[in-house]
Design a protein around this ligand. Structure first.
Ligand SMILES: CC(C)(COP(=O)(O)OP(=O)(O)OC[C@H]1O[C@@H](n2cnc3c(N)ncnc32)[C@H](O)[C@@H]1OP(=O)(O)O)[C@@H](O)C(=O)NCCC(=O)NCCS
Length: 189
């Protein structure tokens, strides 16, 4: 997915107050808000994680290249077809979630800092994004066929596999199989 984002280009900051989500125990606050420049050093550090890169597979050629990272984010924040939000958990920048156009079809992608994994935050963030930021349906996603966590997130959000593909994955230096997933029109759309 990340390789497709590389060709995308603009930020559409929402002007409304971010919605506040509470978990089942009503203790953890998760919000989405427009990306601000102060987020970028944190997002940069988060995308350096080697395990995250392996999972995501279709990543930047060199995640350590800070200039390329900043240029990429400059492009996507300036691109009106890209909707991107920072995921904030209890006031901390936890990651990002976005959609971009691929051949005229919207696709979603997301990335969480390692310390935020395994607590349902990606699922909550994507659910919020699909409900309030990009309500286009159908909407698509891609994930390496062995990225079990991402595939589970998409499944929980209602996506289903509609195809497969194979492409060169920078993070693995090899060709990798991926699933194409689709969220159909439905009651929540
Ligand atoms: C993928 C990612 C966003 C998931 O974030 P997260 O906040 O941990 O996700 P959630 O907690 O909402 O849900 C993860 C689900 O996957 C499951 N899961 C995690 N690892 C798994 C594994 N190895 N095998 C099977 N299921 C797994 C979890 O149990 C959970 O499902 P459950 O709620 O039914 O128990 C995060 O790992 C990440 O940022 N990875 C690097 C970037 C990336 O891969 N982005 C997606 C590119 S396609």
């Amino acid at each position: 997915m990340a390789r497709r984002v590389g060709s995308a280009s603009a930020l559409c900051p929402g002007r409304r107050r971010p919605k506040v989500w509470l978990n089942r125990r009503m203790t953890t606050i998760l919000t989405l808000r427009p990306v601000v420049p102060e987020d970028l050093p944190i997002l940069f550090e988060q995308q350096l994680d080697p395990d995250a890169n392996y999972l995501a597979a279709f990543t930047a050629k060199d995640p350590h290249n800070r200039e390329a990272f900043l240029a990429h984010w400059h492009r996507i924040r300036a691109d009106e077809t890209v909707l991107v939000r920072t995921i904030v958990v209890e006031g901390a920048v936890a990651g990002s979630v976005l959609s971009y156009e691929d051949d005229g079809h919207p696709e979603v992608s997301y990335w969480l800092g390692r310390s935020f994994w395994g607590r349902g935050y990606a699922t909550r963030a994507l659910t919020e994004f699909l409900a309030h930021v990009n309500r286009t349906r159908p909407i698509f996603a891609r994930a390496a066929t062995d990225n079990a966590a991402s595939l589970r997130v998409l499944e929980k959000c209602g996506f289903g596999v509609v195809g497969t593909g194979r492409g060169f994955a920078n993070a693995r230096g090899a060709e990798v199989d991926e699933y194409l997933l689709r969220l159909p029109p439905g009651p929540a759309a």
